[in-house]
Design a protein around this ligand. Sequence first.
Ligand code: HEC
Ligand code: HEC
Length: 289
Amino acid sequence: MADKVEKDEFSGTDTTGHEWDGIKELDTPMPRWWLWTMYGTIIWAIGYWIVMPAWPLVSSYTSGFLGYSSRGSLEQELADATAAHADDRAALVTMKVSDVKNDEKIYQFALRGGKSAFAVNCSQCHGSGAQGAPGFPNLNDDDWLWGGSIDKIYETVKYGIRSDNDETRIGNMPAFLTDELLTKDQINDVAEYVLSLSGGEGDAAMITRGKAVFMENCVSCHGDNAKGKNEFGAPNLTDAIWFYGKEKDIIVKTISRGRGNVMPAWVDRLDDVTIRQLALYVHSLGGGE
Ligand code: HEC
Ligand code: HEC
């Protein structure tokens, strides 16, 4: 190795002075275009630090002269979108909810908004397709605990069911065994009777006894014909749609211990436009009355 810098006789380029076994290393300068590109990126970076948010500080960051933030730009976009629909929103809140269907443009606007609000706020309990789960009603069918008209659905969504809102819908399935209103045998009989209402084959003697228990204890809420009463949120017991399940042990458990699930009130969390959109969307899912 020699540290003497000399010119390479073939290319005319300086050598670095390093030499191995007679092979000398050329000190070829970096291409001009490359260098200028690199200087350019340095200048660009400095400019960027000045105008855009860049460096972390102890509890915040340098925000830059433009004051840009992706959250801010999203908020602006959302505000623009809301403003673009200001007319539709204004019309939606001034109309009676049940009249919105007569105005195709506002109705379509409501359904679109309702669909996305449902995905965000409701699907965790009712399922993404509103198909429900045991204890969480299916909103696609025409079986309604609290009524399936647009006005009724609007009220349900607004104030909730057994929620902490003063206007909430209330009504419980009593706990007939826990509260010693019926004996185990009576409950067994009445469960047999309930199952027979939706076509179940059962023990005739139990059904006869169960019917008597039903007439005395259950019709006030479920109705003489057991088709349910919306004012108490009492389900129809004669159809094939079960809220908690169709197995006899589940029915016995419901009658023995009672039921009463909570649906939150949305009036404190969502604006009226959104609640109306949701009511119209849920109503449109198929089973609206
Ligand atoms: C925390 C879970 C939960 C969330 C979130 C929820 N629900 Fe419910 N919802 C319920 C339960 C539980 C019931 C049944 C209450 C009962 O037993 O009567 C119900 C009942 C309903 C009913 C009445 C159905 C009928 O048959 O009368 C409607 C309508 C409804 N929900 C719509 C919505 C909408 C719209 C949203 C979103 C804004 C929503 N729910 C969010 C739990 C929830
Ligand atoms: C005070 C009103 C009330 C009375 C009385 C009552 N129920 Fe209920 N029942 C309800 C309500 C409300 C529900 C729905 C509970 C809920 O929303 O979680 C229900 C639910 C049920 C269910 C569940 C249905 C399903 O689809 O899963 C059965 C079964 C049932 N009741 C049977 C009876 C029987 C049998 C009696 C009489 C021994 C009776 N109920 C008396 C209000 C009542």
